[in-house]
Design a protein. Structure first.
Lengths: 342, 342
DNA sequence: GTGAAAGCGCTAACAG
DNA sequence: CTGTTAGCGCTTTCAC
């Protein structure tokens, strides 16, 4: 356990720790001979600077943190895995370590993580850990929109507006007039944005969207069925269902069938987050692909840029940077509900 | 950037920093009133201990490091992703952060990462970064066998011996007598083990295995074809090809077909690492499944155990812990080469 | 050109 | 019961 310290190097090369520090850092003025001597000593002893001590002094740790609510569990999803892969790739390119912050415990952190900045993936309003991190005295970048009830920070998000509009416009061309949106409630910034986009689109056409609030991260089709059954029964004028998650869409399709309405024919359906399973549905479901890997990369790039920014991190607060989200039009939006329901 | 320090908390609650420290840590003896006062002050100020300073003092950082050669690139493989998922899960369960160590650069680290221990996934002899980490004054656990030319450390590995023997025994039951093994060279501990296992199995039967050395991580089927073509042409007595990677197997199958020998019929084939693609081959290829997720978990558990071990980390050096590796017998080992080639 | 000294924020001795 | 002191390993003035 005997780590070699700068003191050892200094002693071995017959200089003071101060000189040794400068010699290795390439700073300070000294004879090349001295510098070389110190360098050799460091090499011989296998000296590695203690990152903790250095960080304590300099305020930089050369590490970035990533937080995701229940990170361990969410690693089962390809979204988080892809995101993480992108983030690691980008962090390493900038010679930073990438710390996956502990998130399992429900008790608050007692210690500020040793990172220069933090990325919060999918900030959720009731995620206490996320809140804690966002109040840390280090810059924070949110991967996806921040719910309005959370403190503002720099945001990197998929371009949902453009993507969802593309889906809606395609549907409108098939005659759709009254879309229903089943999306997460105000806990999720993503949900808020989807609501806004659909709301704006409908407003332009002088109609009211039908909105159903779901819980972010709800993985149960059955639960979505329960939420959607009364609404779809009461609103026969709905000619399209936009589900935020694949689960919402699958729930909706099941409810629609129960009501004798054929998804993709009498009622168009689409998802705001793609998954391989949607391709296997009958009919295959139109969906927006969330560019997880690109988002991971972009979040790190953004964070690094903020750290390097002379003007300080506050310049970035609340600003949103956007990453394109490809749209996959499939058979579920190829029907003509207007004709069918007239 | 104004982080709240212990000094602030102490000042606010009218005690010294030392007392404040103990009050929050629940150590030391003091009136409950004082302790409560300090706690409240800390809460009010939003105090979070600086992990760097704490770590510097205590020598523990509550973080574990993971290294994989070219981690960023390898995140494309499901093996590393699953491994990482398992490691993160386990680390968080033990309330540790998980640091994915920077691995892209070819220049050596100048700083020892702030972690209590390191996991080296797939240690490769010519990975300089892995070597550096293994010489760090913190415990190291290797995920997979360590090449004999590297310093020893605690090892957690899949139980290749049992799995490969199961494959060979099944093949022997179909009449196989002369297996060929195409596996990574001495750069890879995995390769060394495979060689040993096949060697031992053959020795028990009084035959010499045919060995072909490949490069660890070689992803090209074509390259494997080149390596295998001369050997398979010269050794018609080979009645089974065991490829370490799916690429080796696919290369071998292609070569065999070129020689007019039907894989799975005239010559059995199997892989020592499963991949979905092997199922789609014709015939589907028998393979050993590498339990990446379980290995990730086991490595972290092992590392935590070593850190908690009173006897110090040296007790674990060189000891191997094993994780079961499921064997999937498929059509590629269902033929009877002995009959065919007699 | 080089060394001495201070201090980053924290914890662990030991006084009082 | 609580405060004082020392120091983890490093960087950074500032003297010499």
């Amino acid at each position: 356990m005997g780590a070699v310290t700068l003191k050892d190097v200094a002693a071995a090369s017959g200089v003071s720790v101060a000189t040794a520090s400068q010699a290795l850092a390439g700073r300070g003025r000294m004879t090349d001979a001295t510098r070389e001597r110190v360098r050799r000593a460091a090499d011989d002893l296998g000296y590695l600077a203690n990152a903790l001590a250095r960080g304590l002094r300099t305020g930089r740790t050369q590490a970035l943190g990533v937080h995701h609510e229940r990170a361990a569990a969410n690693l089962a999803t390809s979204y988080f895995r892809d995101f993480l892969a992108g983030a690691i790739e980008a962090a390493h390119r900038h010679d930073h370590d990438l710390v996956v912050l502990s998130s399992d415990t429900h008790r608050p952190r007692t210690t500020a993580p040793h990172v220069d900045g933090v990325i919060v993936v999918d900030p959720i309003a009731d995620d206490r850990r996320a809140r804690e991190l966002m109040e840390l005295p280090v810059p924070v970048v949110a991967g996806e929109h921040v719910p309005s009830s959370m403190p503002p920070c720099a945001v990197v998000a998929a371009d949902h507006a453009t993507a969802v509009r593309a889906v809606l416009d395609a549907a409108a061309a098939r005659g759709v007039r009254r879309p229903l949106l089943a999306a997460p409630d105000a806990n999720s910034g993503w949900g808020e944005v989807l609501r806004e986009v659909v709301g704006a689109w409908c407003a332009e056409r002088g109609v009211e969207p039908v909105l159903v609030a779901t819980r972010f991260g709800e993985q149960s089709i059955e639960r979505h069925r329960e939420l959607l059954t009364p609404v779809l029964a009461a609103r026969p004028e709905v000619d399209m269902v936009l589900g935020a998650s694949p689960f919402a869409v699958q729930g909706a399709m099941s409810v629609l069938r129960g009501l004798g309405r054929a998804p993709g024919r009498d009622v168009l359906v689409a998802a705001c987050a793609d998954e391989p399973g949607l391709l296997l549905e009958d009919p295959p479901v139109t969906a927006v692909e969330l560019p997880a890997h690109a988002l991971g990369v972009a979040c790190v790039e953004r964070l690094v840029a903020i750290l390097d920014d002379e003007r300080g991190p506050s310049a970035a607060l609340g600003t949103v940077q956007t990453v394109p989200a490809p749209v996959h039009l499939r058979a579920s939006t190829a029907g003509s509900p207007a004709t069918a329901s007239t």
